[in-house]
Structures are given as structure tokens and as C-alpha cells.
Ligand binder design. Structure first.
Ligand SMILES: [Zn+2]
Length: 277
């Protein structure tokens, strides 16, 4: 049995990588199949169908984490995200922004830990997160309005390596999810070698109407934010598909030339080592 990725205890609990309430919020009819899409290391998209399909991972302990702070976090985020998943316009307070960003950090750490070998969040990051329940400092979180039909439930996570202006290497971790009408994206940055705290990273981005298509909820805004943003993310090359890889990496539907500008990036796609139950 492995150790809990957050507290180091025994990983004796099957945590839902896709919380059950999330699948419920999609308002499935009884016994309706939900297609679940997960992107793989090679950039292809895997899809499963199953009645109330859930992904379970044995990565956390039952008492301290899964039935403790993680359960509390799910209960806090559920009433905020459920109406948004169903497409209802929402006003997000500063505290609600922080709750969503914290929950997304938890998701990113769990999915990242499923990768064999090169994980982004190390043990120190995860135990610090468990103690303080706040996203890492160098993190940004955006919300968008997914207005397409390709995905009911979708996740993609990738770790990208790049070289900053100072010549020092850094890596970024990006996880993008869509549930119903809600698109969520979290990005964290780490220097690979010691760098002064003040050193800034200029993360490259594919051009797009991202400022109109997203609201940034972390670092939190001190005033309330309105969702959805003015522009929706559709099933088009300038829409959700590009949003997924706007910080780099590949997406299979796009022609090679489109992301040739990102050849400088070395992409490690997440290998998903879990099973459906
Ligand atoms: Zn634990």
C-alpha cells in the first residue's frame, strides 16, 4: 500500500478523482451514460462511457484526508460550482474565488500524482497545501464558459518546460477541465533551480481572446466577479481546444503548423495510471 500524497499516512482510501457530486451536477438521467474524456501523454483523448462512471484513485488516506479536509473542501465548493456547471450566471465573492482555486489545486495535485515519474507537485508542496489550504504562490486560476457539445466531463493536465529570459529553466503545470458549461484552468510555475523570489516568469501564450473569454479568480479579486465572461469557449480551433494548450503542448486536432511556435517547449503529457471502477 502506498502513502497518502498529502499527509504521508497509509493510502487506504479510494478517492474519487471525479467527485460524485460533479457527475450529479451534470443532471444525468437515471442510468444515463456519461462520456468522460481524459487526455493522455501522447496528446490523444481517451473516452469512457459508464453509468455514473467515476474514476477512483488510491492515493490518499481515509481518516485525515479523504474523510477530513478533502470532504470539507468538496462540501464547500459544491454549492458554488453546481449552478455554474448548469449554466446559471453567478456572482463570485472573494471567498468563493479562493474556495474554487483551492479546490482546483487539490484536483491538480491528485491528477498530477497519477503520473509515473515526472510529477510537478512534490511532497513538500502537497503537505504545505494540506496544512494551509491555499494555492501555491505562483498559481493562476481562470474560469470560462464552455459552450460546446464535444465534452460533458473533460480533463487535461500537462507539465511544460521552458527557459526564461534570464536563461534559467522553469516548468509550468496546467490543468484544464470542463464540466457542463463550466471550464476551469489552473497554472502553476516553478523554477527548476534556485532563483530569487523576485525573478519573474513571462509565460508564453497562444494569442486569443482569453481576457474576454475568462475571468481570473486567483490571485483573488477583492471585488465580486461575474460569470460567465462575455465570450464563450466553443468547439473550435480558436475556442476550447486552443484554451487547453494555450500555454504550450499539443492538441491532436490542430495542424502541426499551428503550434510550431512552441517547439521550444518540451512537453511531458500526463500519463494516467488509474482504473475505472
Ligand atoms: Zn492523508
Amino acid at each position: 500500500m502506498g502513502t497518502c500524497i498529502f499527509c504521508g499516512g497509509r493510502a487506504n482510501s479510494n478517492e474519487d478523482a471525479w467527485p460524485r457530486w460533479l457527475l450529479k451536477a451534470l443532471q444525468l438521467k437515471p442510468r444515463e451514460n456519461v462520456p468522460i474524456s481524459v487526455s493522455r501523454r501522447d496528446g490523444s483523448t481517451g473516452q469512457w462511457q459508464g453509468v455514473n462512471a467515476g474514476l477512483r484513485v488510491r492515493k490518499v488516506c481515509r481518516k485525515v484526508c479523504n474523510n477530513g479536509w478533502m470532504s470539507t473542501l468538496e462540501e464547500r465548493v459544491k454549492p458554488i460550482l453546481t449552478p455554474m456547471i448548469q449554466g446559471a450566471p453567478t456572482t463570485l465573492s472573494t471567498m468563493q474565488q479562493l474556495t474554487i482555486a483551492t479546490w482546483l489545486t487539490k484536483c491538480a495535485m491528485v491528477f498530477d500524482s497519477m503520473d509515473g515519474g515526472d510529477v510537478f507537485y512534490d511532497q513538500l508542496d502537497r503537505s504545505h497545501f494540506r496544512k494551509h489550504l491555499t494555492p501555491m504562490g505562483s498559481t493562476s486560476v481562470w474560469l470560462g464558459h464552455y459552450y460546446g457539445t464535444n465534452f460533458r466531463a473533460f480533463t487535461d493536465h500537462r507539465t511544460l518546460r521552458s527557459v526564461g529570459r534570464s536563461g534559467k529553466s522553469y516548468k509550468t503545470h496546467v490543468q484544464t477541465m470542463a464540466f457542463g458549461r463550466l471550464a476551469l484552468q489552473i497554472l502553476s510555475v516553478k523554477w527548476l533551480a534556485h532563483e530569487p523570489v523576485a525573478a519573474r516568469v513571462h509565460v508564453k501564450m497562444v494569442p486569443g481572446t482569453w481576457n474576454q473569454a475568462t475571468i481570473k479568480i486567483f490571485p483573488v479579486s477583492l471585488h465580486a466577479l461575474q460569470w460567465p465572461p462575455g465570450v464563450s469557449l466553443e468547439d473550435s480551433q480558436r475556442g476550447f481546444e486552443t484554451f487547453i494548450h494555450r500555454f504550450g503542448g499539443e492538441w491532436k486536432r490542430l495542424p502541426f503548423a499551428f503550434f510550431a511556435q512552441f517547439l521550444a517547449f518540451y512537453t511531458v503529457m500526463g500519463q494516467l495510471g488509474y482504473k475505472l471502477t
